[in-house]
Design a protein around this ligand. Structure first.
Ligand code: AMP
Length: 249
C-alpha cells in the first residue's frame, strides 16, 4: 500500500505575520517557513501506518518554489521514503494544487492520500476535497482516527457535538485534524538520512497542468487593534462598567 502525503511550505505558526504596506498580501521576506502543521500530522500518520506494516511506501509531495525541498526533507526526516517537488514560482491556489496532485496521483497510483485539513496560511480547507472530486475518490475529512483494513479506511471525524465514524473504500483522500496524532521530533540521524533519500523534481508543464491563478486577492488588512484593558476596584464597579460602558448586560 502506497500513501501519498501533500506537504505545504508555509510561514511558521510561531511567526506573527505582517501585512504588506500596500495591503496586497502578507510579507514573507526573511520570515521563518516550516511545514504546515496539519501536514506534519499527515506525514506522522502515514509513517505510523508504515511502521505498523499496513503501508509499504510513503511519498511526500510539495508544490511551490525550490525551497519546498526543505519541506520535503523534513517529511523524509519524519520517515517518508521519498519526495516529489512540483516546482513553480507561480503563487498556487488550491484548485491548481489539486490538479497538480491529481497528475501526481495518476502517475503514482497511491492507495491513500493523507493531506492536512487546511493550510495555516490561506486557511482555504479546499485542496483535499478538490482532489477527491477530481479523482472521483471518496473523502473523509478532519480525521481524528484512521484504521485501514480490507481495502477500506475507517475514519473517525470530529464534528459539532461529537464524533462520526465513516468507512470509505480505498483509494481515498483523508484530511487530518489536530488530534489525530502528535508528530515526532525528527532526530539528527534521521535528518541526515533524509538528505540521501530520493527527491524528484517536475514542473507543472511536465504534468500538463495550467496553474494560473483563478482568484484575485482584493485586499489584506490587519485585525483591528484591541484597546488596553482596565483594572476595576470592585464588583460593583465591574457591573457598572459592563452595564454603562460596554453595554453588554
Ligand atoms: P488548503 O486547501 O490550502 O487549506 O490546504 C489543505 C491541504 O492541501 C494542506 O494541508 C496540504 O496537505 C495540501 N496542500 C495545499 N497546498 C499545497 C502545496 N502547495 N503543496 C503541497 N500540498 C499542498
Amino acid at each position: 500500500m502506497k500513501i501519498l502525503v501533500p506537504v505545504k511550505r508555509v510561514v511558521d505558526y510561531n511567526v506573527k505575520v505582517r501585512v504588506k504596506a500596500d495591503g496586497s498580501g502578507v510579507d514573507i521576506a526573511n520570515v521563518k517557513m516550516s511545514m504546515n502543521p496539519f501536514d506534519e500530522i499527515a506525514v506522522e500518520e502515514a509513517v505510523r501506518l508504515k511502521e505498523a506494516g499496513v503501508a509499504t511506501e510513503v511519498v511526500a509531495v510539495s508544490c511551490g518554489v525550490t525551497a519546498c525541498q526543505e519541506t520535503l526533507r523534513a517529511a523524509m526526516a519524519i520517515g517518508a521514503d521519498r519526495g516529489i517537488l512540483v516546482e513553480t514560482d507561480v503563487e498556487l491556489q488550491p484548485l491548481a494544487v489539486a490538479k497538480l496532485l491529481k497528475a501526481v496521483c495518476d502517475k503514482e497510483q497511491p492507495d491513500l492520500v493523507i493531506a492536512g485539513k487546511q493550510a495555516i496560511d490561506d486557511d482555504a480547507n479546499q485542496t483535499g476535497q478538490m482532489l477527491s472530486a477530481l479523482m472521483g475518490w471518496p473523502q473523509a475529512t478532519f480525521a481524528s482516527k484512521v484504521a485501514l483494513a480490507d481495502g477500506k479506511a475507517q475514519v473517525t471525524r470530529e464534528i459539532d457535538g461529537g464524533l462520526e465514524t465513516l468507512s470509505v473504500k480505498l483509494p481515498a483522500v483523508v484530511t487530518t485534524d489536530l488530534r489525530l496524532n502528535e508528530p515526532r521530533y525528527a532526530t539528527l540521524p534521521n535528518i541526515m538520512k533524509a538528505k540521501k533519500k530520493p527527491l524528484d523534481t517536475v514542473k507543472p508543464a511536465d504534468l500538463g497542468v495550467d496553474v494560473a491563478p483563478r482568484l484575485t486577492t482584493l485586499k489584506v488588512s490587519e485585525p483591528p487593534k484591541r484597546s488596553a484593558g482596565e483594572r476595576v476596584a470592585d464588583v460593583a464597579q465591574l457591573v457598572d462598567k459592563l452595564k454603562n460602558v460596554a453595554k453588554v448586560i
